[in-house]
Design a protein. Structure first.
Length: 176
């Protein structure tokens, strides 16, 4: 009798920021294509936020198709589930917890999310999509995370692009 195949490794995690990657900002507001009307936003979310008109609903299926487990990593916290998930057609996603108030500050120049991501990932391969990633974050992750990690910086004036999805999909299929 043959042995059962070994279990598949867990899917990598993808930590997703909102402001910048999903809601492009900065520069001339006329450059941003309005994807959703305010009325539709109120229907989907029960509220209104003018920045939500910048959300491209087509990003939801693209995010859902990535071979990973999506996690919000944003100061929107659970509001991302209430406001953004319906616009994107995503189910409610886990939310990266806010660091405890007594948490020590990371090294100078390291984003507050960086240690929280590493602690939450607990060695699992992860990608982080944010517009505030810097070299200090890359160094900190390399020193403190034993697994593969991709820190992918997004241009906040443009948001997620097809090129970004290509990079993410390629890396998530075979984290290195």
């Amino acid at each position: 009798m043959e042995s059962p195949p070994p279990p598949l490794p867990p899917l990598p995690l993808l930590y997703l920021d909102v402001d910048g990657p999903l809601i492009p900002f900065g520069g001339d507001p006329a450059r941003h294509r309005t994807h959703l009307a305010e009325r539709r936003i109120r229907e989907l979310t029960g509220g209104s936020n003018p920045l939500l008109t910048r959300v491209n609903p087509a990003l939801g299926p693209q995010l859902a198709a990535l071979p990973c487990r999506l996690i919000w990593a944003t100061t929107w916290f659970d509001d991302a589930n209430a406001c953004l998930a319906p616009l994107l057609g995503l189910p409610p996603l886990p939310v990266l917890p806010d660091p405890p108030l007594d948490a020590s500050d990371p090294a100078p120049g390291v984003h507050w999310k960086t240690p929280a991501l590493v602690a939450h990932a607990a060695g699992t391969p992860f990608a982080w999509v944010d517009d505030e990633i810097a070299e200090h974050d890359r160094e900190w992750v390399a020193q403190h995370h034993p697994g593969p990690a991709l820190l992918h910086r997004i241009d906040p004036e443009v948001g997620l692009t097809e090129g970004d999805f290509t990079v993410l999909a390629d890396w998530l299929r075979k984290p290195t």
